[in-house]
Design a protein around this ligand. Structure first.
Ligand SMILES: Cc1cc2nc3c(=O)[nH]c(=O)nc-3n(C[C@H](O)[C@H](O)[C@H](O)COP(=O)(O)OP(=O)(O)OC[C@H]3O[C@@H](n4cnc5c(N)ncnc54)[C@H](O)[C@@H]3O)c2cc1C
Length: 522
């Protein structure tokens, strides 16, 4: 019987394991996940306690067309109510508590900006239409700023778009165009965010833990603290892995691989080398060198042109860094003030961004509790700054050099919550998180910079995750990682159960019409 070795334990590898069992008929006991971290889940992390302060690097937004993700999670029982699948849980939460944002952008004066209009000039609309109509290969090596005038980057549209998806003007025009096409159906609700789906809790508790339970119940072997360092290949026309080299708990190992076994590698990671700070300390940049995710890809790609170019994505940390922070507050006053400002109860308001803030801050007060063990009376909220290297407007330092409490002070000033700031600060623990590769997948690229999911002629190797090439779908999403996993399993096993087509809203005349109307709203 074939064995499968999955490098990584992020959502790409976890979903590959599910697809191998559910659709490929593999026995769970023949599947091994090799993860260098001590915890599984990759970027989908969440940890902490109310006393020490909760942490999460990110909070995910889904939408209706995450077809592969919902298919995957429809097979996984929710931990709270095993009679329901995780997908059913997400959908019923959407029915009962969807976002309806009335406070998407807040100005320097603390007033809500009217976002009914996208703020486009005729020139912006033409540039958008041109970008959408340009074939992808003509955008090779181009930045978003190569396609739009300066005014575009001051529109309501840009501020809502870039703070929702984390784009910067210097990011890839290819990816930006893919996003426009993929999420065109969300244009009319970009300000209200009513098209956004959420998990019940943070994604570690709502997705990773149920997946782990399902996999462990089926005998899947999950090995943490194991860094895969290299692979050897048989000589031949296409790649055939013969051996996996790894270091587990300081001990070197070699795993022999047969041509009919399967090897799936998560190459690169957006959360590699991320570091946490605290209430009283800024995050210390991780100087331990490249993580296994980047190092293995660099090593495998050496001297080959079919395994992509990791250097395209890992070489300019300055262009791919931002910082998030998680706040644990033991006083209801913050939530009450946010509810009063946004006119929405906690969990219904969506993102709130400050276009005038130097750090380009965004905050979100999700439905409580965000953690299953979160005590009553404790509120957890989350935020991020897309320009963490710039000097703050009130705290005159770069965000990267600020303690959690200093970040909180800056945010409270932008919210104009000064009257309650002492009370909120005294009741809050703020944990910042610096992420040097967080938008590495958005950096300017060309065709061939990402390896195909199943490289040409591959007998037993596939790449999965954010840095494997798939047509049409968009990175920085859980959906993309799940789709690569499904594509890898279908491609290597040849079992014919292909992933559903990527949603193509721009091919639907109604979607186009609504998007056009939105672009012209005044
Ligand atoms: C702040 C933030 C906000 C986000 N917002 C959204 C959102 O709103 N919506 C959305 O859909 N998505 C969002 N995402 C993106 C989503 O979380 C990721 O795309 C997805 O989790 C990536 O999963 P992955 O398995 O492909 O990779 P990763 O999560 O990076 O996991 C890769 C894993 O493989 C391990 N690994 C790699 N190489 C090796 C090796 N050689 N040896 C051993 N282990 C190895 C790594 O240690 C890591 O654990 C967000 C992410 C973050 C961080």
């Amino acid at each position: 019987m074939a064995k499968a070795y999955l490098v990584g334990s992020g959502i790409a590898a976890l979903s590959a394991a599910v697809f191998l069992i559910r659709d490929g008929g593999l026995d769970g006991r023949d599947i091994q996940l090799l993860e260098e971290q001590e915890r599984i889940g990759g970027s989908l992390d969440a940890a902490g306690t109310a006393e020490a302060g909760y942490t999460m690097r990110g909070g995910r937004m889904f939408e209706r067309q995450f077809r592969c993700t919902y298919d995957l999670l429809s097979s996984i029982p929710s931990l709270d109510d095993p009679s329901k699948s995780v997908t059913e849980e997400i959908f019923s939460d959407y029915e009962s508590s969807a976002w309806n944002d009335t406070c998407r952008l807040v100005g320097a004066d603390g007033n809500i900006i009217d976002t009914r209009s996208m703020g486009f000039s005729e020139r912006d609309r033409l540039a958008l239409a041109k970008c959408l109509a340009t074939p992808e290969h003509r955008l090779d090596g181009k930045r978003i700023s190569d396609c739009f005038g300066e005014g575009f980057f001051t529109t309501n549209f840009w501020f809502m778009w870039c703070t929702t998806f984390a784009f910067q003007p210097w990011h890839s025009a290819i990816e930006f165009r893919r996003y426009l096409n993929r999420f065109l159906h969300l244009f009319p609700t970009l300000d209200t965010m009513t098209g956004i789906y959420r998990t019940r809790y943070n994604q570690y508790d709502s997705i990773v833990r149920p997946l782990r339970t399902w996999l462990v119940d089926r005998g899947v072997i999950i090995r943490t603290g194991c860094r895969v360092t290299d692979m050897t290949f048989a000589t031949g026309p296409g790649p055939t892995v013969e051996e996996i080299l790894l270091t587990c708990g300081g001990t070197r190992e070699r795993i022999p691989v047969r041509p009919d076994d399967l090897v799936m590698v998560t190459n690169g990671s957006m959360t590699a080398n991320s570091s946490l700070g605290s209430d009283t300390a800024a995050p210390v940049p991780d100087a331990s060198g490249p993580s296994g995710a980047w190092r293995l890809w660099q090593w495998l790609a050496l001297g080959r042109d079919d395994f992509g170019s990791p250097h395209t994505f890992d070489r300019s940390v300055q262009d791919s860094t931002w910082e998030s922070f998680t706040v644990t507050c033991e006083d209801p006053v913050f939530a009450e003030l946010m509810e009063a400002l946004s006119g929405r109860e906690a969990g219904r308001g969506g993102l709130l961004s400050f276009p005038s803030s130097s750090w380009l801050l965004t905050v979100v007060l999700n439905r409580q509790p965000v953690y299953p063990d979160q005590p009553d009376g404790v509120t957890v909220w989350w935020g991020y700054g897309l320009h963490p290297h710039r000097t703050g407007d009130y705290v005159r330092k770069p965000m990267t050099e600020c303690t959690g409490q200093e970040i909180l002070r800056e945010v409270l000033h932008h919210l104009h919550f000064e009257d309650a700031s002492g009370r909120i600060a005294a009741a809050s623990r703020v944990v910042p998180c610096l992420m040097p590769y967080i938008t590495s997948q958005f950096l300017v690229r060309e065709r061939g910079d990402r390896p195909q999911v199943v490289p040409k002629g591959s007998a037993n190797l596939a790449f999965i995750g954010q840095f494997a090439e798939l047509p049409d779908d968009v990175v920085f999403t859980v959906e993309y990682s799940v789709r690569t996993a499904w594509t890898a399993v279908a491609g290597l096993l040849g079992h014919g159960k292909q992933p559903p087509a990527v949603h193509q809203g721009h091919r639907d005349p109604r979607v186009l019409l609504h998007a056009l109307e939105t672009m012209h709203r005044r």
